[in-house]
Design a protein around this ligand. Sequence first.
Ligand code: IPE
Ligand code: IPE
Ligand code: MG
Length: 250
Amino acid sequence: MIQAPVRTPGTPYHVAVIMDGNGRWARARHLPRTEGHRQGVNAARAVVRACASRGVKVLTLFAFSSENWRRPHQEVGTLMELFVRSIRRELPELEEKGIRLRFIGDREAFSQRLQARMAEAEQRTRDNTLMELVVAVSYGGRWDITRAAATLADQVRHGSMTPEQITPEALEEQLSTKGLPDPDLFIRTGGEKRVSNFLLWQLAYTELFFSDVLWPDFSEDDLVQAFDCFAGRQRRFGHIQEQLVGGSGA
Ligand code: IPE
Ligand code: IPE
Ligand code: MG
């Protein structure tokens, strides 16, 4: 396990990324879209390393949305294969660096084999503390909130809580991100300016950064650019400027 780096002021504690643009990256090179996904794994590895070495404590990567099941069968199949292979290949480095892995999303939608791989990877890294790597797979913000609401409704029905006890904090306890602070910085690559059903609840006060760079080309320099932009933001959380002590929120 490597020594925890010091998080310089202005570095976000929790970074959430929509890794978008793999298909367009491949198409621009007359390659099949799946080649873009393969290259995307390399970009993800580089960003994980860069975040860990810069003192980011939580990195959430959107790898597959609940709506991505609508893609052609062959592309979905390749993505599943890539997930299985990537977990196997990347696990030793994550273990060695002290990175904890957590998967969020509707895991039951995946094959038994993939579910087992995810559970095993979580188990093997559960004591790691350098950084938490959260991978959102078959994830949708609406799925997350709906499931939390259903759990609360069930608790009310069984008498273990009253409707008055349904607070934002109580709902948060049922989200898949339970225990994690909300993202400080959201990055979307690939040029689209939307959140595409990512962490809808958790992004309430997150600083948004959009990059035109296609995900397979996203480098540490691009990440640093996003961090620099974040460091210059003033987060007010509803207050007025005069009420705030520091400049940026990290
Ligand atoms: C993001 O890249 C990866 C996944 C959604 C799995 P895309 O595959 O969406 O790439 P574009 O947006 O079509 O270029
Ligand atoms: C969002 O990208 C999901 C992931 C990157 C995993 P999409 O490419 O699926 O989003 P839309 O369809 O352009 O909104
Ligand atoms: Mg896309």
